[in-house]
Ligand binder design. Sequence first.
Ligand code: OFO
Length: 172
Amino acid sequence: MLKTSISTVLSEQVNAEYYSAYLYLTMSAYADRAGFKGVANWLFVQAQEELAHGTHIYQHLLERGAMPTFADIKLPQTEFKSIEEVFAKTLAHEQHVTELLNNIASVAMRENDHATYNFILWYVNEQIEEEATADELLTKIRLIGDNSALLYNLDTELAARVFTDPFANKTA
Ligand code: OFO
């Protein structure tokens, strides 16, 4: 049975992951309307991953005998000025999510809950890639500037991303 301190932070993280999905959908819609179909695809896949992240924590709560708590998902930013802003926001957001996950790991350690600590480590490690990818895309977009041929190439590259369920071979 999970302690309330643990089920609370895990439920909050379900909400945070669903918020992430909603944020990436707003960005994807912006990119689509701005003509960057590849960027829109990359962000749409990112949103799908975030939903998978949140749902996996939700399932874990139930498997551990806890009742998830539910709360409003706040409205993310819906207007953007540029693709550069989108990737700058992506990086800042992923850095924030890393802090949330590190906090869950700290709470689990404090509560001597090794199962939760072990469970959340997958997310903590995943953030290394999440931040690195966002940083790489932001750097690329800044280097490209307004070179439309290079922008087109990057957009084509990002069109190739496909969603694969990160938990397809895992149990909760
Ligand atoms: Fe769930 O990894 Fe991004 O936020």
